[in-house]
Design a protein around this ligand. Structure first.
Ligand SMILES: [Mg+2]
Length: 131
């Protein structure tokens, strides 16, 4: 499967990549704007992402805004050519109910809080049906 990691902390991005690269090819970007652009590019290549990990607090554009824009992009492409909706996993240090509930309502599949362990991610991959 194809995986996109949007995370502004290189150390965290690297941990995510180490764990997730067992399950698919990972691309890494450091803000929401680049995540949206990467999703566009993947659609053009006709190989959209299966899983997108979004940090909430990132420069330029945070994860909540990116999530909405990614869903918009997917909706447009689904109408025109390729119908595909990625599973979105929020990975964040933000633990409040407002952000958790809001992200899930906006279409995130799962919400993981930092610090996380490999087992936490594997459990979520199972919950999303990837493994
Ligand atoms: Mg961050």
């Amino acid at each position: 499967m194809r995986i996109l990691i949007a995370e502004d902390q290189p150390a965290t991005a690297s941990i995510l990549e180490t764990i997730l690269s067992s399950y698919g090819r990972c691309d890494i970007v450091e803000n929401g704007k680049k995540a949206v652009r990467a999703v566009e590019r993947a659609f053009k290549e006709r190989q959209p992402y299966d899983l997108i990990c979004l940090d909430l607090m990132m420069p330029e554009m945070g994860g909540r805004e990116a999530l909405l824009k990614i869903r918009e992009t997917e909706k447009q492409h689904s109408r025109q050519s390729l119908s595909h909706y990625s599973k979105i996993m929020i990975v964040t240090a933000v633990t409040d109910t407002h952000n958790r509930q809001g992200s899930l309502a906006d279409g995130a599949a799962v919400y993981v809080t930092k610090p996380f362990k490999k087992d936490d991610l594997v459990r979520q991959l199972k919950a999303m049906g990837f493994i």
